[in-house]
Design a protein. Sequence first.
Length: 200
Amino acid sequence: MSKIKICGLYRPEDIQYANEVQPDYAGFIMNYPKSHRNVNVEMMRALKKHLDPEIKTVGVFVNENPNLVAAIAAMGIVDVIQLHGQEDDGYIEKLKERIGNPIIKAFQVHSPEDVRLAEASSADYILLDGGMGAGEVFDWSLLKGVNRPFFLAGGLKPENIREAIRDTDPFAIDISSGVETEKKKDLKKMREAVKAAHAR
Ligand SMILES: O=C(O)c1ccccc1NCC(=O)[C@H](O)[C@H](O)COP(=O)(O)O
């Protein structure tokens, strides 16, 4: 059974929805104003207060200053760190010296070379994506024979989750746009996505 991460929660209603559908992970876009899902530290503190502690929080960063990532990790407001920019293994190794949180490194996948690079990452987990929260699917056949557990992301939606899991056997699926309506999380779609991910 694949785990599920629902990413890009940013409203109090999103926390209520997550508490109902119980994803394994809840993702929050940290300090990235280009995204409509962006949250700052104070918003994160307030949102996390009301989130079921059984749900692991993932702080998503894009080429962030590692000092700020380490400071946010030290606040205890995120359980897992996700790096979604061009952070290299040197960045990851330095961060690992300062924090104990698991690190997910996201890779955009457009070629077999992209998959090889991801497999070689020193991150604790890899996330294989078509884009950056933009609903972009990529060619899942590129993932044949991937040699380590991965989060599958990019253009997933309730209608294609079962096929995605059958075709790629991910550790977890990661979904954001596919459970939104007009850029806001949609409870009905979240229910359908969790049901599809957890179906045997
Ligand atoms: O969600 C965003 O706005 C975002 C912005 C910048 C970097 C990463 C972002 N999202 C990270 C995620 O983990 C998304 O869930 C993932 O890219 C899948 O998104 P979607 O294709 O919309 O399901």
